[in-house]
Design a protein around this ligand. Structure first.
Ligand code: LMR
Length: 333
């Protein structure tokens, strides 16, 4: 009897690691550079909640916000190496991979409003751009919205000539580089996590970003003047390591795709209001002066930045410009 008990206990002991292994969830690390309390931050947490629910806990999503795992440039390299499985970089950050076409989305005054942006990305343009990522071992799952850029500095920016000589931090897009240069400013690429300090210490004079990022990164505390210009759009591509994603059990992947579709709808629905609320909070804090463009100012900015479109042809290529023009029913050149 004792012998039998021993045998049963020994067998159970031997099996334990295998059982534990069979039950241990698939871990997906989801890294991003913004705060939790932003459209992207909330979208990532919503995806976590839904993915874990829909897969009955078979998948665990670890969300790393605020560049806590990787900074801008490193995160895409880490995704390709498989050290992280999911990201949501702004589309401006694909250029170092040699994929410049996404930058067409950064053209100034391109999207009329969030709805126009959203429907464009659901159509041909969005799919065409995602195909460009496949050769790099990256698959695109969804586009997330974060509304329109404001621009700020230590002096008011309401006329094109106000930009002259000022150093601006940009996130990576050569289109942004170009429109700032056209205005006589000096653009400089810098990681998102370094912007606050660069503004505070005067390494750069100004930057552009959305209200939710200005608020949560406290940029408004170190910028005397913000212009609510909404001159360009900030959008994200939610991406995964292709090999990891295609290697998932099909039933799990289906549930994750459903979680992503639902989280995308949620994120794109809240983005506009989140930015409005953030702007109201910045205003309430009273630390910075907000400026708004008159119709004449806006027209002057649009005219001044217009050469960016002709320049873009040599940078992003005619094909994507044609696709965007068709989708939005606008003229590009
Ligand atoms: C930036 O670098 O300014 C943005 O890409 C940050 C963000 O919202 O991801």
């Amino acid at each position: 009897m004792r012998k039998l008990l021993f045998a049963v206990a020994a067998a159970a002991f031997a099996l334990a690691p295998a059982v534990a292994q069979a039950q241990s969830p698939i871990v997906i690390k989801f890294s991003h550079v913004v705060a939790n309390d932003t459209p992207k931050g909330k979208g990532a947490l919503k995806f976590k909640e839904l993915a874990e629910k829909y897969t009955d806990g078979k998948v665990k999503i670890e969300v790393y916000p605020n560049s806590s795992l990787y900074k801008d440039k490193e995160e895409i390299e880490a995704l390709q190496l498989g050290s992280v499985q999911m990201l949501a970089p702004s589309t401006a950050k694909f250029a170092p991979l040699g994929i410049k076409e996404f930058e067409a989305l950064d053209l100034p005054w391109l999207f009329k409003d969030d709805a126009t942006y959203s429907s464009a990305m659901k159509g041909t343009v969005g799919k065409w751009l995602f195909q460009k990522l496949e050769a790099k071992g990256i698959s695109g799952l969804a586009y997330w919205d974060n509304g329109f850029h404001m621009v700020s500095s230590s002096r008011p920016l309401t006329k094109p000539e106000d930009f002259k000589g000022l150093k601006f931090r940009i996130s990576g897009s050569k289109i942004a580089d170009q429109y700032f240069r056209i205005l006589g400013a000096i653009p400089q690429i810098m990681a998102f996590s370094e912007v606050y300090q660069a503004l505070q210490t005067g390494v750069v004079d100004g930057c552009e970003n959305t209200a939710s990022n200005y608020l949560t990164q406290k940029f408004y505390e170190v910028q005397k003047d913000i212009t609510v210009s909404y001159h360009a759009h900030l959008q994200y591509a939610v991406i995964v390591n292709s090999k990891f994603w295609s290697g998932l059990p099909p039933d799990i992947r289906t549930q994750l795709e459903k979680a992503m579709a639902d989280a995308t709808e949620y994120t794109n629905q809240i983005a506009h209001q989140e930015n409005e609320d953030a702007l109201a909070e910045i205003k309430k804090a009273g630390k910075t002066q907000l400026h708004y463009l008159t119709d004449a100012d806006r027209k002057a900015w649009q005219e001044a930045m217009r050469p960016t479109y002709a320049w873009a042809k040599g940078r992003v290529g005619q094909e994507v410009l044609d696709l965007v023009a068709k989708e939005l029913d606008v003229k590009m050149n």
